[in-house]
Write a protein that binds this ligand. Sequence first.
Ligand SMILES: CC(C)(COP(=O)(O)OP(=O)(O)OC[C@H]1O[C@@H](n2cnc3c(N)ncnc32)[C@H](O)[C@@H]1OP(=O)(O)O)[C@@H](O)C(=O)NCCC(=O)NCCS
Length: 250
Amino acid sequence: MSVDLEKILRPVDTPLPKFPAKYMTLANGQEMVVRQAERDEIPDILPHVEPLIHVERDFYNIVAARLYSELLAYYTYRVQDEYVLVAQIDGELAAIVNGRSVSPDVGMSYHTFSLRRGLRVGAHAFATKMEYHIDILKQKEVLIVAESGIGFRRWMIEYNLEKRFHIPHELGGCPSWSLTKELFDKARTTLVVGRRPVPEHLLEKAKAGILPPSDPPKGPEDLLAATRSMLDSTATSLIEMRRKQGGKIK
Ligand SMILES: CC(C)(COP(=O)(O)OP(=O)(O)OC[C@H]1O[C@@H](n2cnc3c(N)ncnc32)[C@H](O)[C@@H]1OP(=O)(O)O)[C@@H](O)C(=O)NCCC(=O)NCCS
């Protein structure tokens, strides 16, 4: 008897309410649209995450590597109840946020990834995904971790997250922090911005296609300088330099 292995490997997604798109005005006056990314859009997103696997600065490398695998898992149906939201400015990819629904009461925040620095696009995208969990999925709490100092400042400190250190986070190997509905309610007037409905022309532009980020984060020109300035505790700069010297990248 033949067995349809794919049916066994593929978890069955719970139907989740869609995220209603919203938009916000950034500090530089540009409008940013945040909307749900469909599964078939993932191949358009992956090429903009992959180069950052090699950028050590601000821990883009580990976050990019993990996010890449989560997006791939979503695309290939290897994770249950994941969602992906994209933030776009004039169609350009500005931020990616993702997570998953663990149960009707609990959400799992995966990653927040900013491709345009200095405008708090990551902070806005994170607030938007918390809104999805608390207001749309009606969950009581969202489990969160930070891989970078900037992430810790943005989430743990700005939202005053509560410790849930007895719960391992799905990112692997880290204790969780929690954003409860009560904490989110306190942040509504300060950290959560944006309006609905998104004007037709903005939404159409965003949905027309995910355009490459025009000014994505980049590694330093001189990796040895980065090594000196960061003390290179992980030796990633040296590994990268060797990789370059080995001629694998130009
Ligand atoms: C964490 C993150 C999502 C925050 O995004 P954001 O809100 O858009 O904030 P930015 O990254 O633009 O800016 C954060 C800080 O970096 C600095 N910064 C601003 N522009 C910068 C630039 N061009 N280059 C480097 N640093 C910059 C600022 O000091 C800013 O500090 P602030 O808190 O005083 O505003 C983003 O830094 C990111 O994607 N980091 C890598 C992945 C990551 O760590 N994700 C979170 C996992 S927990």
